[in-house]
Design a protein around this ligand. Sequence first.
Ligand code: PBG
Length: 327
Amino acid sequence: MNFNLTHRPRRIRNNPSLRELVKEQQLNHNDLVLPVFIADQADVPQNIESMPEVFRWPINLITSKIKECQDLGINTFAIFPHIDPSKRDSQGTEFLNPDSLAYQAAKEIKHSNKEVTLIGDLALDPYTSHGHDGIINNDKIVNNDATVKILAQGAILAAESGYDLVAPSDMMDGRINVIRNNLDKNNFQNTGILAYSAKFSSAYYGPFRDAIGSKQKNIIDKSTYQLSPSNFREAKRELELDFNEGADILMIKPAEPYLDVISYAKNNFNIPIAAFQVSGEYSRIWAAHLNGWLDLDACANESILSIKRAGADFILSYFAERIAKTF
Ligand code: PBG
């Protein structure tokens, strides 16, 4: 028997080419940014146990690694240094050393390769002995304004060493404004700011803290500066503040658990929207794959596609290289 249905949505799913024709989203390499870890004093790539297939790269191999990714069509990289523990202190002093690892890496990469786009993270956690993103008061609370002052100085070192975008990932109040003013004052009008605007206090950052060596005995609580996972309205306020303070790109992080926030940002701000699929989002898919429970590439692809569909113009993902190989 046949119903006389007016609407049969299945008609446009009848065969593969028809399905391709009506496809609403297609991932391509311009959607992807690869986060890259840099190793201090190493000659060979270092394994990160909680992040399969992700390595810390020694400076002497970084240029060829970047080139390899560019051959796959990935042209933008977010650099994260693993600072030697002996160089970490309570003030994160090493962040303002012009020869520090993250600045060295950018100089090295840009020296032979002007085409690449580099994103330099601005936060103190790779440099502090306590693993917080700023300097802490006696009451153990991160000091907002003192930290912002240091970040604005670091922004100059990052711009000088060749970073195209600086990316404050600290969630201090007012930092976009202060960083913008300092960049302008130092003639870096063309260095952009990719703002980690809605950065949630997430349990998914664990593997990243292994990667940069900032993990402490007890889980670090960053909830006096990062957003509560329950607060959507507060996230909107943070996005608005960063937009008004002059951010060039707004970022949401983590990505897949916060698709509502990505979608809101896309619909309300006429500047690019980025999303960071963080370490734990990567590792959970890998872990299920290693257990034989999920298909790695299919899940990686579906997760990144969802983030794009929600509204991200581009996505920072540790899967970037792997996914690019499938295009
Ligand atoms: C810290 C920073 C973090 C990440 C990027 N920058 C972690 C944190 O806030 O503790 C997380 C990235 C990831 O998990 O992949 N400034």
